[in-house]
Structures are given as C-alpha cells and as structure tokens.
Ligand binder design. Sequence first.
Ligand SMILES: [Zn+2]
Length: 249
Amino acid sequence: MGARRLNDSLWLIDTGSPYDCHVYVADGGTGAALIDCGTGLAAERLLEGIEGTGCLDRLSHVFVTHYHADHAGGAADVHAERGVRVLASAETAAALRVGDEDRTQVAVARAAGVYPADYRFPACRVDEVVADGARHEVGELSVTVHASPGHCDGHLCFMVDDGDRRALCTGDSIFSGGRVSVQPIPDCSPYLYARTSQRLAELSADMLLPGHLDLVLTDAAADLARAAESFRRLVPPPNILKADNADPN
Ligand SMILES: [Zn+2]
C-alpha cells in the first residue's frame, strides 16, 4: 500500500484493492492530477496513497479514461472529499452523472462476480467534457486527450508530457506487450480498437501506463507498434483477459 514513484512527475498509487485499476498521480508542481480513480471501494486508502505523494493538497483534476467502475467508480469520493474537477468524455460523463449501471456494464459485471454483490456504481458530477485533441495544463505538465474507442465507447487516453518525457496513460486500451482488453459487451468494437491502435502508435510515447498489469517505463513505442501491427494483419492482439483469469476489467 502507498505510492510508487515512476519519475519526477508521475506516481502509481496502490489502493490495496483487487477491484481497482491502476491509479496514477501526475505532479505538475503547482497543480496535480489523478488519472482514473478505482472503484471507490478503497477510497480512504486512495486518499492516503495520494497524501503519500505530497500531492493531495495540490490535486486539481481527475482525468477519467472510461466509465467502467474499476476506473471511474472512485470519482464521486475524490470529488466529494477534495472538490477537484472531474474531466471525462461525453459518453463517460453521461453515464457518470446518473450512475448508469447498464451503460457501464456494472450490473453485468457484478452478476459475473467481478465486483462484490453489494457494490453500486456511484453517480458523480462531471465538471468538464473533453474530446480528442484537448490540452490541459496541470502545473508545469501538459495533458493531451486522445480519443481511443474500441474497449468501450467514449474511451480516452491521456498523454502526460513533462517537457522531457511523454507518458501515455492508456486505461484499458493498449497494455504492455501490445495486448488488448476485448470483452463481449455491446460497446466493445474490434474495428474501432484497430483504428485506435494505429493512432496511438503514432504518438511517440516514451512510457505506457495502462490501467492494469505491467507498466512500460521505457521504449513504449515498441509495445504500441506491436498492437497496431497485429491489427493491421487483421489478427486481434493477445487479450489480457483469459478464461482462467478473473481480474476485474
Ligand atoms: Zn474497462
């Protein structure tokens, strides 16, 4: 539990919850941001982890990659506790604002045992709808929004640039080794996934910070290229979800 420093401006928070995605803190000096926020099941530990980075009092933004509960469920608590601005795509915002358990597949995932039986997706206010190409300053950092549908509708990736290194926070789009997360849900589209993989491969990212599993701290372009190349051959890249793997996603 706590926080792992990735470089001068990025941290990985460990909430200790097996239900949560990876949560990153981007520290821009005069301001700081969260990229995704877990389910909310470990809200206290999340805040403790952020406090451990020294960023809690400077936290100004939460960037949400997509509306699945393991990434977005914690937004309500962070917003209530810290009053930070929640930024998300139009699709994510629509689901978050009403706590939509159908659009977000929370009801299906709960029935499948991915979340505890008593888990409910908390509605959360979204302060700003962001779209492809939008750029935000977080202190000294620049955060650029990249639309990346495929895993689900309205998925966004965020490029965090400290002027020296570019870290692409990929949510559930592309993972280490160029892997993907394809699920039998209505808004998962291999076709859109393929187009997303091509676009992300052109971004010259140094680091690939996914929502689950291993981080890629150097030469991320190779992992992104691998996914794009596989899709180019009309072969979906390896899936992070396996038949014997009950990881929440
Ligand atoms: Zn997801």
